[in-house]
Design a protein around this ligand. Structure first.
Ligand code: AMP
Ligand code: MG
Length: 401
C-alpha cells in the first residue's frame, strides 16, 4: 500500500494540461486563464478629471495664501465624453465634469464645492498641489504592462478588466469532461421511492457538485447495478470522457466487480489502495490519456478521496498553478481519538478566534456518515503514528472552503 503524498505525486505526474479554447468574456467566470494578458493601451487613455469642478492652471493660483482669491474666466463647459481642443491660457478656467479629459495646460481640478461662481468668472479661494483631482494617463494600466498571468483564476474584476482592455475573447484551458458513474444494486435515484434494503444514491450528486465547484464539466451517469456485463458497458462509455470516476464496487466484496472490469478493459492500474482513512481502497489508472478513478462507495470516502486526489488533478488539467487546498495549523479544541496505522482525514469545524485557528471534529466520524461532511469546513490531518491527540495540541488542517 502506498503512502498519501506518494499517491498524490503520482497522479499529478500523470496529468496533462488540456488544450486552449477562445471564449467570450461574458462566460469565463471561475475559469483559468490560458495566456498572459498585456495591455496595448493606457487606462485611462487620457488624464481625466476625478471630480466635478474647474480645470485650472497651477501658475494662476500659486501665490494664493488663504487671504486673497483669484478670479478666472470660465471659457468652456466640458462634460464627460467631450474634449477641449486648445490649450488653457493665463487667467482661464474650464468647467469640467468627472471623467472628462483635462484640457492641456490645466494641472488642477478644483472641486465645485470649493469655489464661488460669479457670472462668467470663478473665484478660487486657496492653492492646491499640482495634479490635484486628476487621474493621470495610465494611472490604472500602462501600455505594454503585463496585467494578468497565465494560470490566474478569473473573477468578476478580471472580466471587467478584459472589457476595459478591449478584449472580447480570451484563451482558456478547456474544461475536463468528467463522467460520474455510481454503482451498487442497493441504490435508487431520488426520483424513485425507497423500497426495503435500498438506499438513495447520494454520491453521484455530491460528486457532480464537487466537479462543478472545481470548474470542470460533470456528466452524471445513471445508477449501474452490480452486474459485470452492465458495468463493463457503462465503464466503456465513461472512457470517452477526459476523466472517469466510478463510485462503489472497488473493494474485495463478492459483488465488487469494478477492478475486474477495469482489467478486462485494459485500464492500466497505477495504484490501488492508499494508506489513508477514509477511502483506503481508492484506485487510480489510465486508459490512453484518460484518467480513471475508482472510489470506495461510502459517501464520506467518496468526497474525501475526490478532494485529495481528483480535485488537484482537475485543476492542473485546467492550467491552475495552485491546485492544493490551503493548509493551516490549528489548536484542537477537544481530544481527538484516532487508530494508529493510517493517515486520517477527520472532518473538522475550523474557526478563527483571537488571532488563531481552532478546530474540532464534526461528531461521529464513520465513513458512511455524510452529516460529518455537511457540518465540516475542513479536514483535520492526523499522522498515522499517533493514537490520541490531547486537547490544545496543534494539528494540521486542510481548508475546504
Ligand atoms: P461499496 O464501496 O460499493 O462497497 O459501498 C460501500 C458503502 O457505500 C455501502 O454501504 C454502499 O451502500 C454505500 N454506497 C455505495 N454507493 C453509494 C452511493 N452512490 N450513494 C450512497 N451510498 C453509497
Ligand atoms: Mg457496492
Amino acid at each position: 500500500m502506498i503512502k498519501f503524498k506518494e499517491a498524490q505525486k503520482i497522479i499529478l505526474k500523470n496529468v496533462r494540461q488540456l488544450s486552449l479554447e477562445k471564449i467570450n468574456i461574458s462566460f469565463v467566470l471561475g475559469r483559468i486563464l490560458g495566456e498572459n494578458i498585456y495591455s496595448n493601451i493606457n487606462i485611462p487613455p487620457f488624464s481625466k478629471s476625478a471630480m466635478d469642478g474647474f480645470a485650472i492652471r497651477y501658475k494662476d493660483i500659486v501665490d494664493l495664501n488663504g487671504k486673497n482669491c483669484v478670479s478666472l474666466k470660465i471659457i468652456a463647459d466640458l462634460p464627460a465624453g467631450k474634449t477641449f481642443k486648445r490649450e488653457l491660457k493665463i487667467g482661464e478656467a474650464v468647467r469640467i465634469m468627472t471623467g472628462a479629459p483635462v484640457p492641456s495646460g490645466a494641472d488642477i481640478v478644483v472641486p465645485i464645492e470649493d469655489v464661488q461662481v460669479d457670472g462668467f468668472y470663478v473665484r478660487i479661494l486657496k492653492t492646491y498641489k499640482q495634479g490635484t483631482n486628476i487621474a493621470p494617463i495610465g494611472e490604472d494600466v500602462q501600455k505594454g504592462e503585463l496585467v494578468m498571468e497565465k494560470g490566474s483564476l478569473l473573477g468578476p474584476a478580471h472580466i471587467g478588466m478584459f472589457a476595459a482592455l478591449g478584449k472580447k475573447e480570451v484563451k482558456l484551458y478547456k474544461k475536463p469532461y468528467v463522467a460520474i458513474l455510481p454503482t451498487g444494486s442497493e441504490l435508487v435515484d431520488i426520483s424513485k421511492s425507497l423500497t426495503k434494503g435500498k438506499i438513495r444514491d447520494s454520491n453521484s450528486y455530491s460528486l457532480n457538485a464537487q466537479v462543478t465547484e472545481a470548474g470542470a464539466a460533470p456528466v452524471k451517469f445513471p445508477i449501474c447495478r452490480d452486474v459485470e456485463e452492465k458495468l463493463t458497458r457503462e465503464v466503456q462509455k465513461g472512457l470517452k470522457y477526459d476523466v472517469l470516476i466510478v463510485s462503489g464496487g472497488i473493494s474485495v466484496g463478492d459483488y465488487d466487480f469494478v477492478k475486474r472490469v477495469f482489467e478486462k478493459l485494459k485500464i492500466k492500474e497505477i495504484f490501488w489502495k492508499v494508506a489513508i482513512k477514509p477511502g483506503m481502497p481508492v484506485f487510480f489508472g489510465k486508459f490512453k490519456d484518460k484518467l480513471v478513478f475508482g472510489l470506495p462507495g461510502n459517501p464520506v470516502s467518496v468526497m474525501v478521496t475526490y478532494e485529495l486526489f481528483i480535485r488537484p488533478a482537475l485543476l492542473l488539467m485546467m492550467g491552475r498553478k495552485d491546485c492544493f487546498r490551503e493548509e493551516v495549523s490549528a489548536v484542537a479544541k477537544c481530544e481527538i481519538k484516532h487508530k494508529r496505522g493510517r493517515l486520517d482525514f477527520i472532518r473538522g469545524n475550523l474557526n478563527w478566534q483571537d488571532g488563531e485557528y481552532f478546530v474540532s471534529p464534526t461528531g461521529f466520524q464513520g465513513s458512511g456518515v455524510l452529516k460529518s461532511m455537511v457540518q465540516a469546513n475542513s479536514l483535520i490531518v492526523i499522522p498515522e503514528n499517533l493514537d490520541l491527540i490531547p486537547a490544545g495540541t496543534k494539528v494540521k488542517v486542510l481548508k475546504l472552503k
